[in-house]
Design a protein around this ligand. Sequence first.
Ligand SMILES: *Cc1c(COP(=O)(O)O)cnc(C)c1O
Length: 391
Amino acid sequence: MKPDRSYQGLSLDTLAVHAGQPPDPTSGAVMTPIVLASTFAQERPGQHKGFEYSRSGNPTRKALEDCLATIEGGKHGLAFSSGSSATAVLLHTLRPGDHVLAGDDLYGGTFRLLDKVMRPMGIGSSFLDLHDLDRVRAAITPATRMICLETPTNPMLKVFDVAALATIARERGVTLVVDNTFATPVLQRPLELGAHVVLHSTTKYLNGHSDVVGGALITSDGALAERLAFLQNALGAVPSPFDCYLVLRGLKTLGVRVRAQCATATTIATRLEQHPAVERVYYPGLASHPDRALIDRQMKGPGAMISLVLRGGLPAATAFLEGLQIFSCAESLGGVESLAEHPAIMTHASVPEASRSALGISDGLVRLSVGLEAEADLWGDIEQALARATR
Ligand SMILES: *Cc1c(COP(=O)(O)O)cnc(C)c1O
């Protein structure tokens, strides 16, 4: 794409291939070069081509940051060495005495950051089911600076109303942060719904090939972006140029991957719901999902994460996970390969037992990340593992 071609009116699939990545001006290379240099020559002190030192800025990272901002519909993108470091940098915009209101069904590491790292530094937090907007209004105190949520949530796949929460946040002068890792900008557009900041673990769908750990923040608020860029440099949690290149490469197929994964996951979730070994299925694509109307309004597709409760509790869940042959038993999600995991033992072990059972994270709960393998092969794998689990 010509460097001066406007992005106006172009769809995500086009932007994911081209945004921030015009052909290299020195060689014409159509793929973004991996610039490994840690430092950049200055013509005279203070006069340079926009890059000084690779912690404060790097050309490969800049291409990724511009592409991420564009596909999320934001003005500013910042890339980090992990989703957790993106979260940590964001929380460093707060001061002792400030308060964060967070969703109750969060990525375990985000809960751990709020509870074990920020709380001892004087930044309070409370956790709430964000469905009840009156309870949300009541939970915002004069100290509340930020509302942080994931939707769909992890692992219960609840869906929260971003537009309604954005209205409350704006009325009360609070920053609304949406972790869009599960939905991706292909399915959900938080900034267009009124959120101030989008957070990603690029480790998951955005990179999509399970070979990078990375994170991102996207916003259209110039003053906040400036503060975040200052903290990105000051705290130093930046991704390597090679990792930036890999995420850029993964992004090019984001739309195709996510749509195919949604289609396979919909078939699998529908069949799981009818299977006698399965007590309950949580999936935003099912007619039975309690947030059905909101999902249809807020999301362009249901995603490819499925949680299910097996009849028979822990022994059944363990036998199922051991029996899977195509799905790997592993943490993480969003890659081309299908994964299965046990939230109570694996991803959500850092969430206290009492909160886990209040949320519904029972010993029979298993979470699936549906990849790009053939639907028939994945269903065959699930069926034989369910048969083992009920034996
Ligand atoms: C994985 C994940 C994170 C943390 O990202 P890392 O890249 O593992 O540090 C944050 N939020 C969600 C929803 C995640 O799935």
